[in-house]
Design a protein around this ligand. Structure first.
Ligand SMILES: *[C@@H]1O[C@H](CO)[C@@H](O)[C@H](O)[C@H]1NC(C)=O
Ligand SMILES: *[C@@H]1O[C@H](CO)[C@@H](O)[C@H](O)[C@H]1NC(C)=O
Ligand SMILES: *[C@@H]1O[C@H](CO)[C@@H](O)[C@H](O)[C@H]1NC(C)=O
Length: 375
């Protein structure tokens, strides 16, 4: 999948209350390689223990006899993402267990309940990662091992808001994975990927409930593309250079970050039409130089929302500033009923017929925008 990208850049914006600065400084950097349970290379006994904690096991069906390179690339991004998720929830669990200020309890859930829920989720995410790693190892492809991570949160509210955001991004990305696998003739992985989409949806219903939003965000969840998810992870959560492999070796583009301003507001904006302020550093983006003397004509913010065909709005008040661009763009909430996740990209075209056409026209992406239907 040339398609997972930048979910997290924007997740930051989603985190509500204590506007954490981004990127976090080095003291926020955390490494996740907790070898206590053997992950990511458990022996048989350790795998059994992970499965018991996860309330279920890996599939015992034989793996497909062949997989297209594009599908194996998707599995690399899935492994990369699930290892990040495992690390994130381990960090959250540690904060809850240690009673770090800001992590004492949440909406009537005390320490014991949160610990129980997080332990199950961690083991489940480990099995999601192992499922992808096992296939990659079988086909002798680069099987990404965990990196060091940084998390843009210091309290449980923001931690849950960011988890909600990246989980929604992942569910959009897994749509892309299954679509691409089906198109490549790899129907054999689609059932398992679909089961993970539902599983992540169960998690997100809980996170959304904790945030005071209705558990189910939209009738049809927002889609995403692989390069945006991969960019999101790399630009927001991975300590640069910390991966035990070359992140560029996966062959998935890493776009420069598109940021949406407003701190907490951007993470969780009001359900109404509004203008949003965006910024990006285009100084080293190849197709961007031609916009250096202009007013942004020919540039658009393109949104993914639900299963709508991607739609684009022109950028306004465009300023180049040596490639560090700022501009505003309309967020057309009313016409498009944009509850839940929206994924924005800066593109040099509009009129896309499907999400897969967007990365080729993208200069910066993604920005993650969330609108909660609150109760
Ligand atoms: C756990 O707490 C540390 C210290 O406050 C913080 O840097 C980190 O982001 C927290 N992790 C999560 C997932 O909330
Ligand atoms: C966007 O920027 C303008 C000009 O700085 C400011 O007045 C406005 O409040 C900003 N809007 C948001 C949503 O941050
Ligand atoms: C999209 O297509 C319509 C109809 O052909 C055209 O008027 C419009 O300018 C196009 N928009 C973009 C962004 O290319």
């Amino acid at each position: 999948m040339a398609k997972l990208a930048k979910v997290l850049a924007s997740a930051l914006a989603l985190a509500g209350s204590s506007a954490a600065t981004w990127p976090p400084n080095s003291k926020d950097c955390t490494t996740t390689a907790s070898a206590a349970d053997g992950f990511p290379t458990p022996n048989a006994e350790q795998l059994r223990a992970i499965s018991e904690r996860a309330d279920g096991s890996l599939s015992n069906a034989p793996p497909p006899a062949t997989l297209a390179d594009s599908t194996l690339q998707s599995l690399q991004v899935i492994a990369f993402n699930e290892e990040f998720e495992t690390a994130y929830f381990q960090s959250l669990l540690a904060n809850v267990t240690l009673g770090v200020p800001g992590y004492e309890s949440w909406k009537g859930y005390g320490k014991a309940e949160l610990e129980k829920i997080l332990k199950v989720i961690i083991a489940q995410e480990e099995l999601h990662a192992l499922n992808a790693l096992n296939a990659l190892n079988k086909f002798k492809k680069l099987a990404p091992l965990p990196c060091k991570y940084r998390f843009p949160v210091t309290n449980i509210h923001d931690a849950i808001a960011v988890a909600e955001a990246f989980t929604a991004v992942v569910m959009g990305t897994l749509q892309d994975v299954s679509q691409a696998a089906a198109a490549a003739g790899d129907a054999g992985i689609v059932r398992g990927v679909a089961s993970v989409i539902g599983q992540e949806g169960e998690q997100n219903g809980f996170y959304r409930t904790l945030l005071g939003a209705v558990p189910s965000e939209k009738p049809f969840l927002t889609t995403n593309v692989g390069p945006f998810a991969f960019s999101f992870l790399n630009n927001n959560f991975i300590v640069p250079g910390s991966c035990p492999f070359d992140v560029n070796a996966l062959g998935v583009p890493i776009f420069t970050q598109l940021s949406v301003e407003g701190g907490s507001a951007a993470l969780n904006i009001r359900p109404e039409d509004q203008w949003l302020n965006y910024s990006a550093d285009l100084s080293s983006v190849k197709n961007a130089a031609k916009f250096s003397n202009g007013n942004g004509e020919g540039l658009f913010i393109t949104y993914f929302s639900g299963q709508l065909v991607p739609f684009s709005v022109p950028v306004k008040d465009f300023k180049w500033n040596g490639g560090k661009v700022t501009f505003k763009a309309f967020f057309p909430f009313d016409d498009n009923i944009m509850f839940g996740l929206s994924i924005a990209s800066l593109t040099d075209g509009g009129n896309f017929t499907n999400p897969d056409a967007v990365p080729a026209a993208t200069l910066a992406a993604p920005a993650i925008i969330n609108v909660n239907d609150e109760f």
